[in-house]
Design a protein around this ligand. Structure first.
Ligand SMILES: Cc1cc2nc3c(=O)[nH]c(=O)nc-3n(C[C@H](O)[C@H](O)[C@H](O)COP(=O)(O)OP(=O)(O)OC[C@H]3O[C@@H](n4cnc5c(N)ncnc54)[C@H](O)[C@@H]3O)c2cc1C
Length: 509
């Protein structure tokens, strides 16, 4: 069969078999940024516009590369290590020691001192567009709009579009079209400092990003990639597009040479264990709707941000029964929330702490409140109609409570089930393919190319914040471009035509 060139259009003929150089699975922030790079947008260290980087050691190391693309400086994990090995000693820079050094590197180049100079950080990257380096690719994401988990309906987890992000807008911003520019475009005025946008605003920004950053022709939403197999010449990816009112469903196959996994670790909410089944029974829920007594408490299980978001999102007089893990050596992530920056989370953390301190009785018995906290408690029985629960407290007491509904918020996980069993094994994921922050971490630390021609980026690497997604993307883009590299003189000769050749970079099926 003759090779076909991948058509850069949002309307892929369903019967087609297509080819492209790189398939990126997932359409979250990391996939969007990687697509921006693969469009030929090239970062270079810039010590002129705003002066050298405030870390003199980093400045010295990067200056050796002159005007060469940053990709050259991070061409291997070893090269990246050489740039970052002093980070732990540069205490005055406050570099994260949790994130991958490569991700910390890009973060500090995009926004040096972002934690202390919120809104004022000056990027030390200069961007140029080089059509010759453009790589044919597609971004395939199941979310309805570009933005990955940001564009998915938060109602499914009991939270809302109006919950504020943890990060300030700058830290959710992607190179190529910033949150600040988007805010100005939408509101006709400058974005205020210390702006924590709502989930709706973040989704709106990422939804607008592809068009504004000039990558929309390669970004496909509402599509699932599955049955991804290694072939003799690369990979085959089956793509299923959900039907909508204006478009029929369709399925097609894409062949590619490089594969990037950007599907995140947050797609699937961890379901409640079987004991909660009566609470999930639709028949009981219907009964609820009819007889619902508004004064009954909401049962929230979980100790992290989603549980906190559910509590924040509840109506003001809603009673809450909160069951959470409490471990002084591994405290809730809410502990890190400063009461000025995150008053809502800090207030919930205080209530949890108060409940934990009150060793023999929950907080509500000493302080009348709508909040009743049960640290390290367990639900040991649920009545058949799902109304009454029995709680075993950490002190060994058994209490009964009548409740309204359950919000089970103990976390989320991603899945690599869309890869063939052989590929899953090659990337180091077994069985059902569930992935959390730890699953691929050791592999990612060794190399983000987790098996030949397969990269992981974004939260799959174990760094879930958007600001720490850039390093992995830049590394993958540099390696993919290097795989296509043609000599400089040939590049010059072919300047006018290379784009189409690379776009096809195509593998015959
Ligand atoms: C409630 C909540 C609040 C958060 N707040 C912040 C914050 O304030 N700041 C911050 O920096 N980070 C925050 N995060 C972390 C979040 O991980 C990042 O913001 C970011 O979304 C990670 O981007 P990503 O590119 O790794 O992928 P995601 O955004 O996770 O997107 C991956 C997408 O790929 C899709 N996908 C999965 N499998 C397939 C498949 N087979 N085919 C096609 N598509 C597929 C998924 O459904 C998903 O839509 C928050 C996370 C949650 C859950």
């Amino acid at each position: 069969m003759a090779p076909r060139r991948f058509t850069s259009s949002n309307h892929i003929p369903p019967e087609d078999v297509k080819c492209t150089d790189t398939v990126i699975i997932g359409n979250g922030p990391s996939a969007l940024f990687l697509s921006y790079l693969l469009h030929g947008n090239i970062p270079t260290y810039d010590s002129v516009t705003h002066g050298p980087h405030p870390d003199p050691a980093l400045h010295t190391k990067l200056s050796r590369y002159g005007n060469r693309p940053l990709f050259d400086a991070i061409e291997s994990m070893r090269a990246s290590e050489a740039l970052t090995e002093h980070f732990h000693a540069a205490t005055y820079m406050g570099y994260s020691n949790q994130a991958l050094p490569l991700n910390v590197l890009l973060d500090t180049l995009v926004q040096p001192g972002a934690d202390t100079e919120i809104g004022g950080a000056k990027s030390r990257l200069k961007w140029s567009s080089d059509e010759r380096r453009r790589i044919g690719h597609v971004v395939l994401g199941s979310a309805k709009e570009a933005g990955g988990q940001w564009s998915e309906d938060p109602a499914s987890t009991g939270t809302s579009w109006d919950i504020e992000a943890l990060s300030y807008a700058e830290m959710l911003s992607l190179p190529g079209y910033s949150f600040r520019e988007h805010y100005r475009r939408k509101h006709g005025k400058a974005m205020p400092h210390l702006n924590r946008p709502t989930r709706r605003e973040v989704a709106d920004y990422y939804g607008a990003y592809p068009r504004a950053a000039g990558i929309s022709s390669e970004v496909f939403s509402s599509v699932y990639a599955h049955r991804v197999n290694r072939t003799q010449s690369g990979f085959s990816v089956k793509v299923y597009r959900k039907p909508t009112s204006s478009r029929p469903q369709c399925e097609y196959t894409i062949h590619c040479k490089h594969l990037v996994l950007a599907t995140g670790i947050l797609t699937n909410v961890i379901p409640p264990p079987p004991i909660f089944l009566p609470l999930l029974n639709p028949a009981n829920n219907t009964l609820y709707q009819q007889q619902r007594v508004k004064t009954l408490p909401l049962l929230v299980v979980g100790s992290g941000f989603t549980a906190a978001d559910v509590i924040i999102n509840a109506p003001p007089n809603q009673k809450i029964i909160h069951i959470f893990k409490w471990n002084t050596t591994r405290p809730s992530p809410l502990k890190g929330c400063h009461s000025q920056a995150y008053p809502e989370y800090a207030s919930i953390y205080r209530r949890m702490k108060q409940s934990a301190a009150d060793s023999t009785s929950p907080a509500s018995l000493t302080t009348p409140s709508n909040y009743e906290g049960f640290p390290n408690a367990q639900v040991i029985a649920v009545s058949g109609d799902g109304r009454v629960i029995r709680i075993l407290t950490a002190d060994g007491d058994i209490l009964e409570r009548t409740i309204d509904t359950l919000n089970y918020c103990v976390g989320r996980r991603g899945s690599l089930e869309y890869l063939s069993a052989e590929l899953r094994k090659a990337v180091g994921v077994l069985d059902a393919g569930w992935v959390s922050a730890d699953t691929l971490r050791r592999r990612a630390e060794a190399d983000l190319e987790v098996t030949k021609n397969v990269w992981v980026v974004g939260s799959l690497t174990g760094d879930s914040l958007v600001r720490y997604a850039f390093g992995g993307c830049a590394y993958a883009a540099g390696r993919i471009m290097a795989d296509q590299e043609i000599p400089e003189d040939e590049l010059t000769m072919q300047e006018a035509t290379t784009t189409s050749r690379r776009g096809s970079g195509c593998v015959v099926s």
